[in-house]
Design a protein around this ligand. Structure first.
Ligand SMILES: O=C(O)CCC(=O)C(=O)O
Length: 293
């Protein structure tokens, strides 16, 4: 494994808070806070929230619910709550995603907070969800959102974490680069739908974990059949052998599960893929360099 984070817990409890999301932003923030507090009371040291958890997932809503993260304070109530709760509970928080306003642009952004409440990393979704499956689902995030330009690997109290958001999980190169940069865990807040969810959601998580021999955690909103975008749910934790460690259905719930990073080395010894790659036939190129945030 590449250089590890300076010092971190190799074994800890993670919580995946699959939240119900409504049009009431203040209610969504309060509910997320309560779920985080309850997860921490149950011993979680790392908590994940879903993709777009402070308002509806739609192009109409992204501008309305967007926050100016750099301004903070009243301009960013979801952001401020996450920072505050991470600090007061001394947990690492992968804050799902919210729409972020920066200048004239909007991003789908995941903020990662350390146990001191400070922002440790910010991932702007790099692959926008633009798909058209006639008669099933059409969505064009690029109508309102701008794609991020950076890979995001964050050193935390609970190891080195690579971040992707939803559609980002489909691009295996991103996961491979994170693994090459020494990530122990990949976190993907995501909201798959009723067409692609049943076929691809678990498959992609298990593939990313098995190919890269690391942990993968996902966190989705709960399903709301009355919303314009019906989420699949099924937040999941997968281990470095591609095994599902914990999962759930589509209702609001919090999964608490144990992560043990010693399994990564064990799996890599049993199945030494890293030493069996054919660099003479193919190579992974990290165009942004190997530094991690
Ligand atoms: O890839 C998919 O099927 C769903 C992706 C998605 O919903 C998203 O990126 O928000």
């Amino acid at each position: 494994m590449a250089a590890a984070a300076s010092s971190f817990r190799p074994q800890f409890k993670v919580a995946l808070c699959q939240l119900s999301v409504t049009a009431d932003k203040a209610r969504n923030i309060a509910r997320a806070r309560a779920a985080i507090e309850s997860a921490a009371a149950d011993g979680a040291k790392l908590v994940l929230l879903p993709e777009i958890w402070n308002g509806p997932y739609s192009n109409e809503s992204f501008p309305e619910y967007a926050e100016d993260i750099e301004a903070g304070g009243d301009a960013a109530p979801s952001f401020s709550m996450m920072s505050d709760v991470a600090r007061s509970l001394q947990i690492t928080l992968v804050g799902g995603s919210i729409s972020e306003r920066s200048g004239n642009s909007l991003y789908n952004t995941c903020c990662v907070f350390g146990s001191d409440g400070k922002l440790k990393g910010k991932h702007r979704k790099v692959h926008l969800f633009d798909i058209d499956i006639p008669g099933k689902i059409t969505f064009q995030e690029s109508k309102t959102l701008t794609a991020g330009q950076d890979l995001t690997v964050v050193d935390t109290d609970v190891g080195r974490i690579g971040i992707g958001i939803c559609y980002d999980i489909r691009f295996q190169e991103l996961a491979m680069l994170y693994a090459a940069r020494g990530a122990h865990l990949l976190c993907y807040p995501g909201a798959f739908n009723m067409t692609t969810g049943p076929l691809h959601w678990e498959l992609l998580q298990r593939a990313r974990a098995a190919d890269n021999q690391l942990f993968v955690a996902t966190c989705a909103p709960a399903r709301d059949t009355s919303s314009s975008y019906v989420a699949w749910g099924h937040s999941t934790l997968v281990g470095p052998f591609g095994e599902v460690i914990a999962t759930t259905e589509h209702d609001e719930s919090t999964i608490i599960a144990e992560i043990d990073y010693s399994l990564i080395e064990q799996r890599r010894q049993f199945l030494p893929l890293r030493h069996q790659r054919r660099g003479d036939l193919y190579q992974l190129v990290d165009v942004q360099g190997s530094g991690s945030k």
